[in-house]
Each structure stands twice: as C-alpha cells, then as structure tokens.
Design a protein around this ligand. Structure first.
Ligand SMILES: [Zn+2]
Length: 90
C-alpha cells in the first residue's frame, strides 16, 4: 500500500501486524498519517474467514481431515488478508 500523502510504501509486514493486533491503525513511518481499515473490508475478511470454515466442517468426513484442512486454510487466510483489506485515512 502506498501512502496517499507522501508516497511512502507501507509494507505487507506492517499491514500484517496491524491486522494481527485487531485492526490497529497502520501509521505511515514517513509522515505519520493514520490509516484505518474500512468497514466493508473488515466484513469481507470475516466472510473470507467464516464461509470456508463452514464448508470444510460440512464436507469433512473425519476430524483429522477437518483439522488439517482447517489449519491449511487458516494459514492461507492469514497470508492473504493484507491483500483483501482496504484502508482509509483515519
Ligand atoms: Zn506518508
């Protein structure tokens, strides 16, 4: 993500850690602008997390398969959320 004010690049890592801390605002290191996730993108992330969980739970024939697919899914979701989430100046 590029800062709207100064053009500094806000890295994937910074966004990742902001999401891990319950959507803490991302702050541009160069100009100090605060970015907060938009409501819509937080909704999208929730859907992205929840829908496949129900799907996996329904389709899995055994607990082990469920746990394995669930773990793989969570890992993928963890890495992809920074690409889904959109920020606005807060
Ligand atoms: Zn900036």
């Amino acid at each position: 993500m590029i800062c709207d004010y100064c053009g500094n690049e806000i890295t994937y890592k910074e966004i990742r850690s902001s999401i891990s801390l319950k959507y803490k605002p991302v702050i541009c290191k160069d100009c100090g602008t605060n970015y907060i996730p938009t409501f819509i993108s937080k909704m999208l992330v929730s859907i992205f997390f929840l829908v496949p969980i129900f799907f996996i739970a329904n389709k899995s024939s055994s607990t082990l398969i469920f746990i394995i697919s669930f773990s793989i899914y969570l890992l993928m979701a963890f890495f992809f959320t920074p690409y889904i989430i959109k920020y606005k100046i807060g």
